[in-house]
Design a protein around this ligand. Structure first.
Ligand SMILES: [Zn+2]
Length: 287
């Protein structure tokens, strides 16, 4: 009995051991499976990282290679030659945001030529003195006499009355006028009424105030005269521009003056008129 008992307990022990072994081997298999899965997933992640790194390096090299292939001077040359064509290729809305394209067809001129001499509140011509000649008693730069004469004759042929109210004004004259203003107000205020010496365009001898009659005080109402209507429409044909246009007061810092015409030569005058610029903006295209 004791033997039976012992055998049966031995059998039980063996069964237990078998179960235990089975469980252990199942756990071992599961662990191995988990290890394998982890190994595969981990390996895939590492592989993916390596591939991404290679892609980044290759694309970066490709980029720097592309910019290396075209030398800098060639790019400039390409831009210069292609600009005029670009005007036709780029949609109008985009051109407005790209001055280098919009004004690619600007005249091929030397901006330092006498015709483009700039005199304004931020650009003094100091005590500059042009060589003077006279047209109907009014002093002007001698080089402007002929085009001004033709301009005026053109208006008279239309039956219009023309008076050259003011032409060249010297530095000293401007100083005298400015000092006179100083007796009535402080310097800052005076400068808003009369240009400081060296900053008046009349000192260049390239501009004239033209009206159809004598006016004690000139106002923008002069734009309604037949003379101004004709002159503003045709001035560019003679090389002149309306120097202080209505919509450019914030740029010129001078009120709208429908009587003040400035010589810049036919080529520039036509371009400035066509593009709706003022002289400051035109000069800036060449800076
Ligand atoms: Zn004037």
């Amino acid at each position: 009995m004791a033997n039976n008992k012992g055998r049966s307990s031995t059998t039980q022990t063996t069964k237990k051991q078998t179960v235990k072994r089975k469980r252990q081997s199942r756990q071992a298999r599961e662990q191995e499976l988990r290890r394998n899965v982890l190994f595969v997933v981990g390996g895939a992640a590492v592989l993916l990282a390596v591939i991404s790194l290679i892609v980044v390096i290759v694309s970066h090299r490709g980029k720097s290679k592309a910019s290396e292939t075209v030398p800098a001077e060639d790019i400039v040359e390409m831009t210069e030659t292609a600009d005029a064509d670009l005007v036709d290729m780029i949609p109008i809305a985009e051109i407005a945001d790209r001055p280098e394209v919009m004004y690619a067809d600007k005249p091929d001129i030397d901006i330092h030529d006498w015709k483009y001499l700039l005199a304004n509140s931020t650009h003094s011509v100091s005590d500059y003195e042009p060589i003077i000649d006279y047209l109907e008693g009014v002093p002007l730069d001698y080089r402007v006499i002929e085009p001004m004469s033709e301009f005026i004759e053109g208006a008279r042929r239309q039956g219009l009355n023309v008076i050259i109210a003011s032409g060249y004004r010297s530095y000293e004259e401007q100083q005298w006028t400015f000092d006179l203003q100083l007796q009535m107000m402080d310097e800052e205020e005076a400068a808003t009424v009369v240009a400081r010496p060296g900053t008046s365009e009349h000192q260049t001898g390239l501009a004239a105030d033209i009206t159809d009659d004598y006016y004690e005080i000139k106002t923008e109402d002069l734009e309604n005269t037949d003379l101004y209507k004709w002159m503003s429409a045709h001035c560019q044909e003679y090389g002149f521009i309306v120097r202080f246009p209505k919509d450019k007061e914030d740029v010129t810092k001078i009120i709208y003056e429908p009587w003040h015409f400035r010589y810049v030569g036919e080529e520039a005058a036509k371009y400035i008129t066509e593009k709706g610029l003022c002289l400051e903006e035109f000069v800036a295209l060449y800076e």
